[in-house]
Design a protein around this ligand. Structure first.
Ligand code: NAP
Length: 260
């Protein structure tokens, strides 16, 4: 395995018979998670919001590799759309084993200039979405007494982030939500964990440039940002039975850039 390159997709897991939903899987980390699940023989429902064409490309890549994938549009911050997403999943496959809460977005502004609307929007997209989707997933998982949930938080939610207090607050909420779900649903054979990426090279971080980028890189012992695959692999590991005793955990993926 060549760490940190796309060749790392040469390694797969055994997810035969499993059904997975990945939110925000049209691009970035979510797209790589969906691909890895699909190549590992899970049936994958790829959720997207604005980039349907890219979501279709992710599904096509999975099918080309012999897997099964479908695409569904839903704004996961809206209860009605989440209900439609789950109605579709129920109709498609009638069961669900894996949930990856990945959808997220930044709404950067320094705290005193954040309007009520922008605050609410940021909480809706980054935190309420995780609650809404997980609540529906738990209904399906509880009835089958099997479920594996991984949610994507952010280093911002652990150490704070200049100009991102709204995003940091929402992301911090995700790990508390997952830890609580781990307590409530562990007895029903449902595990819930959180991954906490540092800086990963996706559209979300494409605006990091110049001196600021260099100063951030200097704080990362590996002297580089992460690749989406390097988050996708730990997520998929947490879904496997090799991670059977990991529940309510938060896993940092940041090249050693966070010294707690
Ligand atoms: P990205 O490339 O910007 O992709 C974001 C994904 O979320 C897209 O697929 C987007 O769908 C989807 N999305 C956004 N709002 C949505 C909504 N309301 N409903 C459904 N889907 C929605 O971001 P990324 O870097 O891969 O980030 C993935 C996750 O990792 C996010 O939760 C992010 O906060 C977290 N994270 C990223 C980093 C990083 O450095 N990149 C670091 C820490 C945490 P469309 O494109 O279809 O609109």
């Amino acid at each position: 395995m060549t760490t940190g390159t796309r060749e790392s997709f040469g390694i797969t897991f055994d997810f035969q018979g499993r059904v997975a939903l990945v939110t925000g899987a049209s691009r970035g980390i979510g797209a790589r998670v969906a691909e890895l699940l699909g190549r590992s023989n899970a049936r994958v429902l790829i959720n997207y919001f604005e980039h349907g064409e890219q979501a279709e490309q992710v599904a096509a890549a999975i099918r080309q590799a012999g897997g099964e994938a479908r695409v569904f549009h839903a704004d996961v911050s809206e209860p009605v759309e989440v209900a439609a997403l789950f109605a579709h999943l129920q109709e498609l496959w009638g069961e669900m084993h894996f949930l990856v809460n990945n959808a997220g977005a930044r709404f950067d502004a320094i705290t005193h200039s954040i309007t009520d609307e922008k605050w609410e929007q940021c909480q809706r997209v980054n935190l309420r979405s995780v609650f809404l989707v997980t609540r529906e997933a738990l209904k399906m998982m509880t009835s089958s007494r099997f479920g594996r949930i991984v949610s994507v938080s952010s280093i911002a939610g652990t150490i704070g982030s200049f100009g991102q207090s709204n995003y940091a607050a929402a992301k911090a909420g995700i790990s508390a939500l997952m830890k609580s779900i781990a307590l409530e649903y562990g007895p029903k054979n449902i595990r819930a964990n959180t991954v906490i990426p540092g800086i990963i090279e996706t559209d979300m971080t494409a605006d990091m440039k110049g001196d600021f980028k260099e100063s951030v890189l200097a704080q990362i012992p590996l002297r580089r940002f992460g690749h989406p695959e390097e988050v996708a692999y730990p997520i998929c590991f947490l879904l496997t039975e090799a991670a059977s005793y990991i529940n309510g955990a938060t896993i940092h993926i940041n090249g050693g850039g966070l010294r707690l």
